[in-house]
Design a protein around this ligand. Structure first.
Ligand code: ADP
Ligand code: ADP
Length: 228
């Protein structure tokens, strides 16, 4: 079942930079797709377009076989994780994680329980009253993943989410995301410029090349990397 379909998308920025040329990509339910390629090849541009955060110059993007307006309907949500944790520095972890529920005006009775479960999922139980500055970089990214997943989105888009972290922390978080994907059946699109990350994590690697940004390979990983 297609979650997202990008068809023949071209993107030319106002200054004339051709960032995407003829991008075609269908993401299906349960896939873990890596967008892999060198700096400047258009990965972020494509991801932002997938999130509805950027206009296309030509071509179409459909979510759940509908157009953009459908996003926000119950049960058809996407979430975006940026390279930096982008937490509200003045708010405690618990308040940061519940933000999307407040924005949605979610009035369900079990909000506190859902926050607890989201924090537990990312290993932050007990840190709900901390301020972001009191947490390590890795823990801040964990909190931003909890915030992204609190609304139970059907599509998780991540733009080099752990790129700002040291390698050991990044590997740990990658493993945790992999386990969460395996356990919960999330649909993920993940931007990286690391071949290792792409191959280790994803069920499908979409390779892009620069000048101008094109998709040059689309590789399904049938024999996944040995995963415990
Ligand atoms: P990547 O994520 O692979 O590094 P980007 O999507 O960020 O690539 O960028 C693709 C190309 O578009 C690059 O040449 C970049 O300089 C250019 N670009 C990105 N954003 C803008 C913008 N807002 N205005 C003009 N050019 C941009
Ligand atoms: P992560 O892999 O989540 O980034 P770190 O390697 O930074 O974690 O930290 C390892 C552990 O140390 C964390 O899981 C946490 O239990 C604890 N820790 C790190 N920073 C803090 C902090 N500022 N306050 C309390 N505990 C911390």
């Amino acid at each position: 079942r297609p979650v997202l379909q990008v068809s023949d998308v071209n993107k030319i920025y106002a200054n004339g930079t051709v960032a995407l040329k003829g991008a075609d990509l269908t993401v299906r339910q349960g896939e873990f797709v890596s967008l892999l390629g060198p700096s400047g090849c258009g990965k972020s541009t494509l991801l932002r377009i997938m999130a509805g955060l950027g206009d296309v110059t030509s071509g179409t993007v459909n979510w759940w076989e509908h157009d953009y307006n459908v996003i926000g309907d119950k049960g058809r949500k996407l979430a975006f994780v940026f390279q930096n944790a982008t937490l509200m520095p003045w708010a405690r972890v618990r308040k940061n994680v519940r933000l999307p529920l407040d924005l949605e005006g979610d009035a369900s009775t079990d909000i506190e329980g859902r926050i607890d479960r989201a924090l537990e999922m990312v290993g932050l139980t007990g840190f709900d009253n901390a301020f972001p500055r009191e947490l390590s970089g890795g823990m801040q990214m964990r909190a931003s993943i909890a915030r992204a997943m609190i609304t139970e989105p059907n599509l998780l888009l991540m733009d080099e989410p752990f790129g700002a972290l040291d390698e050991m922390t990044r590997n740990k978080l990658n493993d945790d995301v992999l386990k969460l994907w395996q356990k919960n059946g999330w649909t993920i699109v993940f931007v990286t410029h690391s071949v290792y990350e792409a191959v280790y994590l994803s069920s499908r690697v979409v390779v892009m090349a620069a000048r101008p940004g094109r998709i040059v390979e689309d590789i399904r990983i049938d024999e996944p990397y040995p995963r415990s």
